[in-house]
Design a protein around this ligand. Structure first.
Ligand SMILES: Nc1nc2c(ncn2[C@@H]2O[C@H](COP(=O)(O)OP(=O)(O)OP(=O)(O)O)[C@@H](O)[C@H]2O)c(=O)[nH]1
Ligand SMILES: [Mg+2]
Length: 421
């Protein structure tokens, strides 16, 4: 208090000060209480409501405001159908391409592509998948997208998809010989098998187009001209969901750790779709024992040392993998052998068991990676990261209770036993 104040005022001054201080303290107290309440509510909601956690995450906004993307390049190679793409032929030269490229954020980036095989009619689901992966991952990296189709993409598909993606986008037409049922397949036998499977309620049992898709994904997609220049791919399907942020580069992770194949969900195949697949595999191994990798994951595929197939496979609608592995001599010969059996049409061999068997037998087990930290859903199954800390760090909009990992038909426990053995 200043000494120059008249004596009689000193008391009233001190009362005023006390009164004001009391009022300020009370206001501060209320503000602190309100802040504490809001913070507790926020924490509670982040914990209970994963969607809320994602929407309010700081890193989500960091992703939006960092690293402007480079120019959009729309390359339409819809008519790029002349490429000779048969399994066993030498891959087209990738000379002159550096192993790493510079990403749109100026950092090192892998030679990788986000790849979707899709029908024009699936535009809506495709846009949802693409928007989510851009939001959860590709903002940071600007990896190019490639869309493939056995018929030309419509203008609407190309326009809407290009508008949804900030980086380069290409649309490619699949060569007829890579897609349609080969002429040497006995159509009478194939039709009888389809009818039987349909009668037995095998999913897609009566569908030829589903078989075309499985064969293309098993042995052809990585030879398409638009895929050929890349080493790594992330396979994406329409109608899938990505539940967590991926703020590191999984392609560089694969590259730097000498990985070949990455998955999120593994499960059991339906036996009626692959009655003779394992016989064909055993025949191949017997004729080419030198192709089987040391320290492979046969124990993931077979519970009796390779005699029979236990139906376990990696669910191939999500894959982050090395296309050079598929293009290499070993897998190419393996695919040719399977193709020669006609099982893609006489039965309904899926690309998931075919890829899984190829990766598990011809790569070392440490070259296969389980992406536990990527929350992913392809209805009806989902994988959600197991650790609470990871779900929080990555702003996951899923809970462990929804995860297929705990389901009795999941092969994850078996995979983890194999890794530990
Ligand atoms: N262009 C084209 N793409 C197809 C065709 N059939 C399937 N696909 C695509 O191939 C992928 C796998 O097909 P899906 O129908 O999803 O097969 P699935 O995942 O085994 O089965 P769902 O449970 O129906 O998802 C998806 O990306 C489809 O968009 C087709 O006839 N033409
Ligand atoms: Mg699907």
């Amino acid at each position: 208090m200043s000494s120059w104040l008249p004596i009689h005022c000193r008391e009233c001054y001190s009362r005023t000060i006390w009164h004001r201080t009391y009022r300020i303290n009370r206001t501060l107290l209320w503000m602190a209480l309100a802040m504490t309440f809001l913070f507790s509510l926020h924490s509670l909601l982040r914990h209970l409501k994963p969607d809320y956690a994602h929407i309010t995450s700081v890193s989500r906004y960091r992703i939006h405001f960092q690293w402007p993307l480079g120019n959009q390049t729309n390359v339409d190679l819809t008519n790029a159908t002349t490429f000779p793409s048969h399994p066993g032929t030498a891959p087209a030269s990738t000379e002159g391409l550096s192993e790493y490229e510079l990403g749109s954020n100026g950092t090192r980036r892998a030679n990788a592509v986000l790849l979707m095989l899709v029908r024009n009619s699936e535009l809506e689901g495709a846009l949802r998948s693409v928007t989510q992966l851009e939001d959860r991952f590709n903002h940071l990296f600007g990896y190019p997208w490639v869309f493939l189709n056995e018929v030309p993409f419509t203008d609407e598909f190309k326009e809407k998809m290009s508008a949804a993606i900030a980086g380069p986008v290409s649309f490619g037409l699949i060569p007829k010989e890579d897609w349609y049922q080969p002429g040497w397949i006995d159509e009478e036998k194939a039709a009888a098998s389809r009818a039987q499977m349909e009668a037995n309620n095998v999913v897609y049992g009566g569908s030829v187009s589903y078989r075309n898709m499985c064969r293309f994904n098993s042995g052809f997609f990585y030879r398409h001209p638009l895929a050929q220049r890349y080493k790594w791919y992330w396979r994406v399907e329409p109608g899938v969901s990505f539940h967590c942020d991926t703020d590191y580069d999984p392609f560089l992770f694969m590259e730097e750790h000498d990985k070949v194949y990455g998955f999120t969900i593994s499960l059991q195949e339906w036996p009626p779709t692959v009655p003779t697949l394992w016989d064909a595999v055993k025949e191949y191994i017997a004729a080419n024992p030198q192709h089987v990798a040391p320290n492979n994951s046969m124990a993931f595929l077979s519970d009796d040392g390779g005699n029979s197939y236990n139906m376990c496979h990696f669910w191939s609608n999500f894959e982050i993998a090395n296309m050079e592995f598929w293009r290499g001599e070993v897998y190419s010969k393996f695919f040719e052998h399977l193709e020669s059996k006609g099982g893609f049409y006489y039965e309904r061999w899926g690309d998931a068991p075919v890829h899984s068997i190829g990766a598990a037998l011809f790569a070392r087990k440490d070259q296969i990676h389980f992406f536990d930290d990527i929350g992913y859903q392809h209805p009806p199954f989902m994988h959600c990261p197991r650790l609470h800390s990871v779900r929080q760090e990555r702003n996951c909009s899923c809970t462990q209770y929804q995860s297929f990992d705990n389901n009795m038909y999941s092969c994850l426990r078996k995979w983890e036993q194999v890794v530990r053995s």
